[in-house]
Design a protein around this ligand. Sequence first.
Ligand SMILES: *Cc1c(COP(=O)(O)O)cnc(C)c1O
Length: 288
Amino acid sequence: MIEILEPFAPIEELNYSLYKQYGVHVFIKREDLSHPYISGNKWRKLKYHLLAAQAQEKQHLQTYGGPYSNHLLATAAAGAKYGFKTKGIVRGEPVSNPILKLCSLFGMGLAFVDRERYKILVQEALQENSNTTSYIIPEGGGGALGEKGVAELVQPWEYQHVFTSVGTGSTMRGLLKGMQDANNLGTVQGVVVLKGAEAMAQEFINFPAHSYQLHFNYHEGGYAKSNAELMQFIKDFASETGVLLDQVYEAKMIKALNDLIAKGSIQSGQKVLALHNGGLSGLLSQLY
Ligand SMILES: *Cc1c(COP(=O)(O)O)cnc(C)c1O
Protein backbone atom coordinates (compact mmCIF):
# COMPACT_ATOMS: atom_id res chain seq x y z
CA MET A 1 0.00 0.00 0.00
CA ILE A 2 1.47 3.35 -0.86
CA GLU A 3 0.66 6.23 1.39
CA ILE A 4 0.98 9.73 0.02
CA LEU A 5 1.20 12.33 2.74
CA GLU A 6 0.10 15.95 2.46
CA PRO A 7 3.22 17.77 1.26
CA PHE A 8 4.98 20.61 3.04
CA ALA A 9 3.87 23.73 1.16
CA PRO A 10 3.48 26.64 3.59
CA ILE A 11 2.06 30.06 2.76
CA GLU A 12 4.45 32.95 3.37
CA GLU A 13 4.03 36.69 2.90
CA LEU A 14 6.48 38.11 0.36
CA ASN A 15 8.64 40.93 1.54
CA TYR A 16 9.09 42.84 -1.69
CA SER A 17 9.46 46.59 -2.15
CA LEU A 18 6.89 46.88 -4.96
CA TYR A 19 4.18 45.31 -2.81
CA LYS A 20 4.94 47.68 0.06
CA GLN A 21 4.93 50.64 -2.31
CA TYR A 22 1.43 49.77 -3.57
CA GLY A 23 0.09 48.52 -0.25
CA VAL A 24 -0.79 45.06 -1.61
CA HIS A 25 -0.25 41.99 0.55
CA VAL A 26 1.16 39.19 -1.56
CA PHE A 27 1.51 35.69 -0.17
CA ILE A 28 3.13 32.73 -1.89
CA LYS A 29 2.16 29.10 -1.45
CA ARG A 30 5.44 27.24 -1.50
CA GLU A 31 4.40 24.18 -3.46
CA ASP A 32 8.00 24.24 -4.71
CA LEU A 33 9.09 23.01 -1.27
CA SER A 34 7.03 19.82 -1.40
CA HIS A 35 9.89 17.76 -2.89
CA PRO A 36 13.00 18.76 -4.84
CA TYR A 37 12.06 16.69 -7.92
CA ILE A 38 8.39 15.73 -7.52
CA SER A 39 7.85 19.40 -7.32
CA GLY A 40 4.89 21.72 -7.06
CA ASN A 41 1.87 21.04 -9.21
CA LYS A 42 3.50 17.89 -10.61
CA TRP A 43 3.28 16.31 -7.16
CA ARG A 44 -0.37 17.34 -6.88
CA LYS A 45 -1.20 16.04 -10.36
CA LEU A 46 0.56 12.70 -9.86
CA LYS A 47 -1.05 11.74 -6.55
CA TYR A 48 -4.28 10.19 -7.83
CA HIS A 49 -2.57 8.68 -10.86
CA LEU A 50 -0.20 6.83 -8.52
CA LEU A 51 -3.10 5.61 -6.39
CA ALA A 52 -4.99 4.50 -9.51
CA ALA A 53 -1.92 2.63 -10.80
CA GLN A 54 -1.70 0.84 -7.49
CA ALA A 55 -5.41 0.03 -7.44
CA GLN A 56 -5.03 -1.49 -10.91
CA GLU A 57 -2.00 -3.46 -9.70
CA LYS A 58 0.24 -1.98 -12.37
CA GLN A 59 3.97 -2.11 -11.75
CA HIS A 60 5.00 0.18 -14.58
CA LEU A 61 4.24 3.81 -15.24
CA GLN A 62 4.56 5.28 -18.69
CA THR A 63 4.31 8.96 -19.50
CA TYR A 64 5.18 11.66 -22.01
CA GLY A 65 7.04 14.96 -22.07
CA GLY A 66 9.46 17.31 -23.76
CA PRO A 67 13.21 17.05 -23.10
CA TYR A 68 12.97 19.59 -20.22
CA SER A 69 9.74 18.24 -18.80
CA ASN A 70 9.25 18.77 -15.07
CA HIS A 71 6.53 16.13 -15.32
CA LEU A 72 8.91 13.43 -16.63
CA LEU A 73 11.31 14.13 -13.79
CA ALA A 74 8.50 14.13 -11.22
CA THR A 75 7.23 10.80 -12.55
CA ALA A 76 10.73 9.30 -12.47
CA ALA A 77 11.29 10.40 -8.86
CA ALA A 78 7.79 9.43 -7.69
CA GLY A 79 7.98 6.07 -9.45
CA ALA A 80 11.23 5.29 -7.67
CA LYS A 81 9.85 6.46 -4.33
CA TYR A 82 6.63 4.46 -4.54
CA GLY A 83 7.99 1.32 -6.15
CA PHE A 84 7.03 1.59 -9.83
CA LYS A 85 9.23 1.08 -12.87
CA THR A 86 9.00 4.12 -15.13
CA LYS A 87 9.28 4.82 -18.82
CA GLY A 88 9.40 8.29 -20.34
CA ILE A 89 8.50 8.95 -23.96
CA VAL A 90 10.47 12.07 -24.89
CA ARG A 91 9.49 14.41 -27.70
CA GLY A 92 12.11 14.98 -30.41
CA GLU A 93 15.64 13.96 -31.35
CA PRO A 94 17.72 12.05 -28.78
CA VAL A 95 19.42 14.60 -26.53
CA SER A 96 21.06 14.72 -23.15
CA ASN A 97 20.50 17.41 -20.53
CA PRO A 98 20.46 17.65 -16.72
CA ILE A 99 16.71 16.95 -16.49
CA LEU A 100 16.92 13.75 -18.54
CA LYS A 101 20.05 12.69 -16.64
CA LEU A 102 18.13 13.07 -13.39
CA CYS A 103 15.29 11.00 -14.87
CA SER A 104 17.84 8.27 -15.63
CA LEU A 105 19.28 8.46 -12.12
CA PHE A 106 15.81 7.68 -10.80
CA GLY A 107 15.73 4.64 -13.07
CA MET A 108 13.44 5.94 -15.79
CA GLY A 109 13.86 4.34 -19.20
CA LEU A 110 13.78 6.98 -21.95
CA ALA A 111 12.59 6.59 -25.52
CA PHE A 112 12.84 9.49 -27.97
CA VAL A 113 10.22 9.84 -30.67
CA ASP A 114 9.92 12.44 -33.42
CA ARG A 115 7.40 15.22 -33.04
CA GLU A 116 4.82 13.76 -35.41
CA ARG A 117 4.78 10.39 -33.75
CA TYR A 118 4.88 12.01 -30.32
CA LYS A 119 1.65 13.90 -31.07
CA ILE A 120 -0.08 10.67 -32.02
CA LEU A 121 1.16 8.82 -28.94
CA VAL A 122 0.05 11.62 -26.63
CA GLN A 123 -3.44 11.48 -28.13
CA GLU A 124 -3.54 7.69 -27.80
CA ALA A 125 -2.44 8.00 -24.18
CA LEU A 126 -5.68 9.81 -23.41
CA GLN A 127 -7.66 6.71 -24.42
CA GLU A 128 -5.53 3.89 -23.06
CA ASN A 129 -5.29 2.33 -19.64
CA SER A 130 -6.89 -1.09 -19.87
CA ASN A 131 -4.89 -2.97 -22.47
CA THR A 132 -1.35 -2.66 -21.24
CA THR A 133 0.83 -3.77 -18.38
CA SER A 134 1.75 -0.13 -17.81
CA TYR A 135 -0.36 2.54 -16.22
CA ILE A 136 -0.39 5.43 -18.67
CA ILE A 137 -0.18 8.92 -17.21
CA PRO A 138 -1.24 11.58 -19.72
CA GLU A 139 1.29 14.24 -20.77
CA GLY A 140 1.76 16.73 -17.95
CA GLY A 141 -0.13 14.50 -15.50
CA GLY A 142 -3.43 16.19 -16.25
CA GLY A 143 -6.94 14.88 -16.71
CA ALA A 144 -9.61 14.50 -14.05
CA LEU A 145 -7.26 12.72 -11.61
CA GLY A 146 -4.60 15.39 -11.97
CA GLU A 147 -7.11 18.15 -11.37
CA LYS A 148 -8.52 16.37 -8.33
CA GLY A 149 -5.06 16.39 -6.76
CA VAL A 150 -4.61 20.10 -7.42
CA ALA A 151 -8.06 20.94 -6.00
CA GLU A 152 -6.91 19.53 -2.66
CA LEU A 153 -4.39 22.27 -2.09
CA VAL A 154 -7.15 24.85 -1.65
CA GLN A 155 -8.21 25.84 1.86
CA PRO A 156 -10.96 28.21 2.94
CA TRP A 157 -9.04 31.38 2.05
CA GLU A 158 -9.75 35.08 2.01
CA TYR A 159 -7.63 36.26 -0.88
CA GLN A 160 -9.14 38.55 -3.50
CA HIS A 161 -6.91 37.02 -6.17
CA VAL A 162 -5.15 33.67 -6.53
CA PHE A 163 -2.45 33.60 -9.22
CA THR A 164 -1.18 30.56 -11.08
CA SER A 165 0.91 29.99 -14.17
CA VAL A 166 -0.87 28.16 -17.00
CA GLY A 167 0.69 25.61 -19.36
CA THR A 168 -1.84 22.93 -20.23
CA GLY A 169 -4.33 24.55 -17.83
CA SER A 170 -4.86 21.45 -15.65
CA THR A 171 -3.52 23.19 -12.59
CA MET A 172 -5.79 26.18 -13.10
CA ARG A 173 -8.86 23.96 -13.61
CA GLY A 174 -8.02 22.05 -10.42
CA LEU A 175 -7.52 25.30 -8.59
CA LEU A 176 -10.88 26.65 -9.79
CA LYS A 177 -12.57 23.43 -8.73
CA GLY A 178 -10.95 23.66 -5.31
CA MET A 179 -11.97 27.31 -4.94
CA GLN A 180 -15.58 26.35 -5.71
CA ASP A 181 -15.54 23.39 -3.32
CA ALA A 182 -14.21 25.61 -0.51
CA ASN A 183 -16.70 28.39 -1.32
CA ASN A 184 -13.84 30.83 -1.77
CA LEU A 185 -14.82 34.11 -3.39
CA GLY A 186 -11.42 35.11 -4.80
CA THR A 187 -10.73 35.33 -8.51
CA VAL A 188 -8.28 32.87 -10.04
CA GLN A 189 -5.80 34.76 -12.25
CA GLY A 190 -4.15 32.49 -14.80
CA VAL A 191 -0.98 33.67 -16.52
CA VAL A 192 -0.59 31.76 -19.77
CA VAL A 193 3.04 31.06 -20.71
CA LEU A 194 2.31 29.86 -24.25
CA LYS A 195 2.10 32.23 -27.19
CA GLY A 196 -1.06 32.32 -29.29
CA ALA A 197 -2.94 30.08 -26.86
CA GLU A 198 -6.13 32.17 -26.73
CA ALA A 199 -8.23 29.19 -27.89
CA MET A 200 -7.53 27.64 -24.51
CA ALA A 201 -10.18 29.95 -23.05
CA GLN A 202 -12.72 27.40 -24.37
CA GLU A 203 -11.51 24.92 -21.78
CA PHE A 204 -12.66 27.17 -18.93
CA ILE A 205 -16.12 28.18 -20.03
CA ASN A 206 -17.77 25.77 -17.60
CA PHE A 207 -16.54 27.90 -14.72
CA PRO A 208 -18.47 31.06 -13.78
CA ALA A 209 -17.06 34.00 -15.74
CA HIS A 210 -16.51 36.08 -12.59
CA SER A 211 -14.43 33.35 -10.93
CA TYR A 212 -11.37 33.65 -13.15
CA GLN A 213 -9.37 35.66 -15.65
CA LEU A 214 -6.84 34.43 -18.19
CA HIS A 215 -3.89 36.65 -19.14
CA PHE A 216 -2.36 36.04 -22.55
CA ASN A 217 0.13 38.91 -22.73
CA TYR A 218 2.85 37.70 -20.42
CA HIS A 219 4.44 34.82 -22.36
CA GLU A 220 7.64 36.83 -23.10
CA GLY A 221 7.90 35.51 -26.63
CA GLY A 222 6.50 32.03 -26.09
CA TYR A 223 6.83 28.74 -24.24
CA ALA A 224 10.27 28.29 -22.69
CA LYS A 225 11.45 31.52 -24.35
CA SER A 226 13.58 33.52 -22.02
CA ASN A 227 15.49 36.78 -22.25
CA ALA A 228 18.06 38.83 -20.32
CA GLU A 229 15.38 40.99 -18.70
CA LEU A 230 13.51 37.95 -17.41
CA MET A 231 16.71 36.45 -16.00
CA GLN A 232 17.52 39.79 -14.34
CA PHE A 233 14.04 39.82 -12.84
CA ILE A 234 14.60 36.32 -11.42
CA LYS A 235 17.84 37.54 -9.86
CA ASP A 236 16.32 40.70 -8.38
CA PHE A 237 13.31 38.84 -7.02
CA ALA A 238 15.41 36.05 -5.49
CA SER A 239 17.84 38.45 -3.89
CA GLU A 240 15.03 40.55 -2.40
CA THR A 241 12.66 37.78 -1.26
CA GLY A 242 14.72 34.59 -0.95
CA VAL A 243 12.37 32.84 -3.41
CA LEU A 244 13.70 31.36 -6.64
CA LEU A 245 11.41 31.36 -9.68
CA ASP A 246 11.89 29.24 -12.78
CA GLN A 247 12.15 31.01 -16.12
CA VAL A 248 9.50 28.97 -17.97
CA TYR A 249 6.51 29.45 -15.67
CA GLU A 250 6.77 31.08 -12.28
CA ALA A 251 8.87 34.14 -13.17
CA LYS A 252 6.36 35.01 -15.90
CA MET A 253 3.49 34.59 -13.46
CA ILE A 254 5.06 36.88 -10.84
CA LYS A 255 6.03 39.45 -13.50
CA ALA A 256 2.39 39.51 -14.60
CA LEU A 257 1.23 39.95 -11.00
CA ASN A 258 3.67 42.83 -10.55
CA ASP A 259 2.51 44.48 -13.75
CA LEU A 260 -1.16 44.22 -12.72
CA ILE A 261 -0.32 45.77 -9.35
CA ALA A 262 1.64 48.61 -10.97
CA LYS A 263 -1.26 49.24 -13.38
CA GLY A 264 -3.76 49.42 -10.51
CA SER A 265 -5.75 46.32 -11.57
CA ILE A 266 -4.97 44.99 -8.10
CA GLN A 267 -5.61 47.59 -5.48
CA SER A 268 -4.05 48.78 -2.27
CA GLY A 269 -5.27 46.78 0.72
CA GLN A 270 -6.04 43.65 -1.33
CA LYS A 271 -4.65 40.24 -0.43
CA VAL A 272 -3.18 38.09 -3.16
CA LEU A 273 -1.98 34.48 -3.13
CA ALA A 274 0.47 33.25 -5.76
CA LEU A 275 0.97 29.51 -6.23
CA HIS A 276 4.61 28.58 -6.67
CA ASN A 277 4.26 25.51 -8.86
CA GLY A 278 7.90 24.48 -8.57
CA GLY A 279 10.02 23.79 -11.64
CA LEU A 280 13.34 24.79 -10.12
CA SER A 281 15.25 21.89 -11.71
CA GLY A 282 14.47 23.64 -14.98
CA LEU A 283 16.12 26.83 -13.75
CA LEU A 284 19.12 24.96 -12.37
CA SER A 285 19.54 23.05 -15.64
CA GLN A 286 20.12 26.42 -17.33
CA LEU A 287 22.76 27.46 -14.78
CA TYR A 288 24.90 24.32 -14.74
C1 LIG B 1 3.95 21.99 -15.45
C2 LIG B 1 4.15 23.32 -14.79
C3 LIG B 1 3.22 24.36 -14.92
C4 LIG B 1 2.01 24.25 -15.82
O1 LIG B 1 0.98 23.51 -15.28
P1 LIG B 1 -0.30 23.13 -16.15
O2 LIG B 1 -1.12 22.30 -15.26
O3 LIG B 1 0.20 22.36 -17.34
O4 LIG B 1 -0.97 24.38 -16.59
C5 LIG B 1 3.46 25.52 -14.23
N1 LIG B 1 4.55 25.69 -13.47
C6 LIG B 1 5.49 24.73 -13.34
C7 LIG B 1 6.68 25.00 -12.52
C8 LIG B 1 5.31 23.52 -13.98
O5 LIG B 1 6.25 22.56 -13.85
